[in-house]
Design a binder for this molecule. Structure first.
Ligand SMILES: *Cc1c(COP(=O)(O)O)cnc(C)c1O
Length: 464
């Protein structure tokens, strides 16, 4: 398999060349040159595999430059720290299925991709003798998952900026209690936007970037998307086996369109509408909901909500879907994205909306509805949803019809104890493993929102 850019102006590259990349050099996003179409026989074979074996078979379609035995080792190491034997267990609760994606070290679904990416980074760096310094800003989930992905790994240091005293306590603790010497938490006296602006500016200093091999960890990384395809297959196989049917629907709490795009690839790989529809669930940051229902992909301002990991203005992986929407015509993608940059909006016709709705239905869930969903679901089933998952479950019920509905649980409720307790009307218990974070020593550097101060810190601590 070789890789191309959505904008068509990058010569083809191999999987390994995608691993340290964000954007393609032409400004597009990296995609496999084709989506593998699985035969009936291949699908039958995949059904019988455990999670890691399934991951191997799926990755083999996309990775032709890492030998199988090495890929096996990477997968084994990536998922060795998960608390569930099945990695992503699926359970029936009431009349829906919950796919629990939160059994990794930071209790949210980003671990599934970032545990894999961390091992992959280390392996490729040891092959070449290169060293990298990862730099990122976080308001919560991504930063802690990235830190846990690379902590203790050779030839990597990581610098994560978070707004001082402005991330949830559990999320801050998950980052700042990591003791490995290659991890640096910078608590910036400012907002998340200040943190992001600092990181952006530092990346624009090309000399500095080159000197330290500065690397971003972002949701447009292809390897991250690829790792997420696996659990869609996994869930599809488990549920169709139990239900004795061929078709399911899958509801996905969506922000940057990374998770659900992996679902779209799984849907295409499986063919024949086995995944009959993907249900795209948004909170009040609803650009994707407006796209699917009204053909209106236009920017508004970000509204902070109780499902913060879905608070986005534009969806960074959306361009990947556009590439397929425009029948793999890079010129049309380029045109659309250039128009979007200028006008901050794209409009789609009735006919185009119909085409989108062959794959996606979408629902927008307000904060009020999210609180109510958490409470109602708990009272009916005894199962506690986190706010992101609740958005997905609410959308799932809306479009269940007669299909088995699989709802992706993207975070554990204990990551958002205040919101969940408020919804339920009582304090929820934290699992012992999360309770433990409160008694560990913290390590972080408080810095002003000053680019030069951050650079100075990196100068002192970077790995070279
Ligand atoms: C990141 C995240 C999401 C959104 O996933 P995207 O890939 O950005 O669409 C949903 N829920 C949780 C808990 C997350 O951390």
């Amino acid at each position: 398999m070789e890789y191309i850019s959505t904008r068509g102006e990058m010569s083809k590259i191999k999987f390994k060349d995608t691993v340290f990349e964000g954007l393609a050099p032409d400004g597009g996003l990296i995609l496999p040159e084709k989506i593998p179409q699985l035969s009936e026989r291949e699908i039958e074979k995949l059904k019988k595999l455990n999670y890691q074996e399934l991951a191997l078979e799926i990755f083999k379609y996309y990775v032709s430059d890492i030998p199988e035995n090495e890929l096996i080792e990477i997968i084994q190491r990536a998922y060795a720290n998960f608390r569930a034997r099945d990695i992503t267990p699926i359970i029936k609760i009431g009349d829906i299925y919950i796919l629990e994606l939160f059994h990794g070290p930071t209790w949210a679904f980003k671990d599934i991709a970032l545990q894999f990416l961390g091992v992959l980074f280390e392996k490729l760096l040891l092959e070449t003798g290169k060293k990298i310094n990862i730099l990122g800003a976080t308001s919560g989930d991504t930063g802690s998952a990235a830190i846990y992905g690379v902590k203790g790994k050779k030839n990597i240091a990581i610098f994560i900026l978070h707004p001082y005293k402005r991330v949830s306590q559990v999320q801050a603790l998950m980052m700042t209690t990591v003791a490995d010497p290659n991890v640096f938490n910078l608590a910036i006296k400012g907002t998340f936007d200040d943190c992001q602006a600092i990181v952006k500016t530092i990346f624009m200093d090309l000399n500095f970037k080159r000197k330290y091999n500065l690397t971003a960890i972002n949701s447009i990384n292809w390897a991250r998307v690829m790792a997420q395809i696996v659990y869609y297959f996994w869930a599809y196989f488990r549920v169709t086996e139990i239900e004795k049917v061929e078709q399911v629907r899958i509801a996905v709490p969506t922000g940057n369109f990374g998770d659900i795009f992996a679902g779209y690839l799984a849907k295409r790989m499986l063919g024949d509408k086995r995944i009959e529809k993907l249900i795209l669930a948004t909170n009040e940051n609803d650009i994707l909901y407006r796209f699917v229902n009204y053909g209106d992909y236009s920017v508004t301002t970000v509204k902070p909500t109780i499902s913060p990991s879905m608070d986005i203005q534009i969806a960074s992986n959306f361009e990947r879907y556009l590439y397929y929407f425009y029948n793999e015509d890079s010129n049309k993608v380029k045109e659309a994205m250039e128009k979007f940059v200028k006008e901050k909006a794209l409009k789609f016709s009735e006919e185009e909306i119909k085409r989108v709705q062959e794959d996606f239905f979408s629902e927008r869930v307000t904060e009020k509805e999210t609180y109510k969903m958490i409470k109602d679901f708990y009272e009916k089933t005894g199962y506690i949803l986190d706010p992101h998952t609740a958005v997905g479950v609410r959308a799932g019920f809306r479009f269940k019809e007669n299909y088995p509905m699989i709802c992706l649980a993207t975070a554990h409720p204990a990551k958002f104890p205040d919101t969940v307790s408020k919804a339920l009307g009582f304090e929820i218990d934290l699992p012992e493993e999360i309770e433990k974070f409160f008694s560990l020593p913290q390590r972080y550097e408080v810095l002003p929102a000053d680019i030069e101060k951050v650079k100075e810190f990196i100068n002192q601590k970077a790995i070279q």
